[in-house]
Design a protein around this ligand. Structure first.
Ligand code: UN1
Length: 499
């Protein structure tokens, strides 16, 4: 298998038009831990050049009419359609998610391209009534500048696409710092993007660039005053650093950080549907989504039967090679992820948690059984995000108290209620309900579509990406007041008469 993965990676990269000639950053597939390639990391000088080139590209691109900019994104979406399967396989090899999810990830890229193409004719502002006679006010949205996109290993290409597709139609250049754990998919996507650039004809050079490297590379880019907007996906710890550096120079940020997502299973839930929905959210992608379900509040009246059904469904979940379509979950990204999982489970046991599953499987790569933990207290590891398939389970009686407990953690990304009672569902979505950026009813916490704004509150960072009006974060707003009269009345009735 070891030779096979390296050889397949090479073939896939070639098919995708990507030349990776080796380099100083070795890449390993989480499927079996084998080495599948290497990429060249950027030096300090490379970073400086890239930002200068991005700035030059921006100065050109901002003047291209937005619908024409949309044409480039349309071509890119088509190029992705043509190579969806090959790119999806590479995603699976690079980050270990099941092939079905790899395909879904590329589809998410295609979807956001379609969305952005339509948007390229709708970057509209308001016309506002003026209090002054013969005056008109309006808002315009203008391109903002080079956009830095920092992405994480778990969605190695889709999250970049959410940002890049919008940034490009909005008239910006982009620089991508992918996770050092998944650099090959980034290189491949850049090669696909270059095909769209070639078909487009006259896009400026360096409109989109990939800068490979580790944390210090990201830090150098974040600190560069020429970067107008930083969109960073990753841990809350990373986001806190990025946010502080950006704030010091008043750069704009979109931060999509950790989640500690919960679902409430009411005694009025459709339990079969709830079970399916929460299993995907908790254990799909091996619990390595920012939207993964981590905490479950089950109503007292159905607790024993529901948790029994959950245990048997979890026990029969197939974990293994993500390229094999029979497996619902693949490996964890690396040994460090397993260490984090083990530490969280040990800690949970110490405070009275009853753990089912969570064992490591005897295979190359880091494969684990999903873990269910019936908790006595909402405390300890429950309060933080552990990027692994662990679901903490609690009993509840009073819905308002369950919502309060759900909201009592630092993160505020995603949440769900499973109930057929409209009062419970509406309460959950109301101002007194979930405090998360995403509050779902009768579906799990993960697997959002691109049409909605994506992001969360509190320690999740507060930014929004993807659909709805998230595009506004990628532009600067100008308020224009136009006087078409021959008089100069001042607002608020102020007088200033010069003789
Ligand atoms: C992430 O894990 O960083 O809603 C993004 C979802 C996906 C995106 C997750 N569409 O689960």
């Amino acid at each position: 298998m070891i030779m096979a993965l390296a050889a397949e990676t090479k073939t896939l990269l070639e098919t995708l038009g990507c030349i990776v000639d080796g380099g100083d950053l070795a890449v390993h597939s989480p499927i079996d831990g084998s080495r599948i390639g290497a990429v060249v990391t950027a030096t300090v000088d490379d970073i400086d050049d890239a930002v200068a080139q991005s700035q030059a590209a921006f100065l050109n691109w901002r003047s291209v009419p937005a619908p024409r900019r949309g044409e480039l994104v349309r071509l890119f979406g088509n190029a992705l359609r043509a190579q969806k399967y090959d790119l999806a396989r590479l995603v699976t090899i690079d980050c270990g998610k099941p092939l079905s999810e790899g395909l879904g990830e590329v589809q998410e890229m295609i979807d956001i391209c379609d969305f952005a193409v339509g948007l390229s004719r709708q970057l509209h502002g308001l016309t506002i009534a003026s209090e002054r006679p013969g005056h008109r006010m309006m808002e315009q949205w203008h391109p903002i500048g080079p956009v830095l996109i920092i992405s994480a290993f778990n969605f190695p290409v889709a999250v970049w696409a959410w940002n890049a597709a919008l940034a490009l139609v909005c008239g910006n250049s982009v620089i991508w710092k992918p996770s050092e754990k998944t650099p090959l998919t980034a290189a491949a996507v850049q090669a696909i993007f270059e095909k769209a650039i070639a078909a487009f004809g006259d896009a400026p050079a360096h409109l989109s660039q990939v800068i490979q490297g580790e944390r210090d590379t990201g830090a150098a880019l974040v600190a560069d005053p020429r970067i107008a907007l930083i969109s960073a996906t990753g841990s809350t710890e990373m986001g806190r650093k990025v946010g502080q550096v950006a704030a010091a120079r008043f750069a704009k940020t979109i931060l999509e950080l950790g989640g500690n997502n919960a679902a409430i299973i009411s005694d009025k839930a459709d339990v079969a549907l709830a079970l399916r929905g929460l299993l995907f959210s908790a254990f799909g992608t091996s619990g390595q989504r920012c939207t993964s379900l981590r905490r479950l509040f089950v109503h007292d009246a159905i607790y024993d039967s529901f948790v029994g059904a959950l245990k048997s469904a979890t026990g029969s979940m197939s974990v293994g090679d993500p390229l094999d379509g029979n497996n619902l979950a693949g490996p964890l990204i690396d040994e460090q992820a397993f260490a984090g999982m083990r530490a969280a489970l040990d800690e949970a046991r110490k405070i009275g948690g009853n753990v089912t599953g969570g064992e490591r499987l005897a295979m190359d790569g880091v494969y684990v059984r999903p873990a269910l933990v019936e908790m006595a207290a909402h405390d300890g590891p429950v309060l933080r995000e552990t990027f692994a398939p662990i679901l903490y389970i609690f009993r509840y009686h009073d819905l308002a108290k369950a919502i309060a407990l759900q909201n009592s953690v630092g993160a505020g990304l995603s949440s769900s209620i499973f109930s057929t009672d409209i009062r419970e569902c509406e309460l959950f979505m109301s101002a007194e309900g979930s405090d998360c950026g995403i509050a779902n009813v009768n579906i799990g916490t993960s697997g959002a579509e691109i049409g909605g704004a994506f992001g969360g509150e509190k320690e999740t960072g507060g930014g929004r990406e993807s659909g709805s009006d998230a595009w506004k974060a990628y532009m600067r707003r100008a308020t224009n007041t136009i006087n078409y009269s021959d008089n100069l009345p001042l607002a608020q009735g102020v007088t200033f008469d010069i003789g």
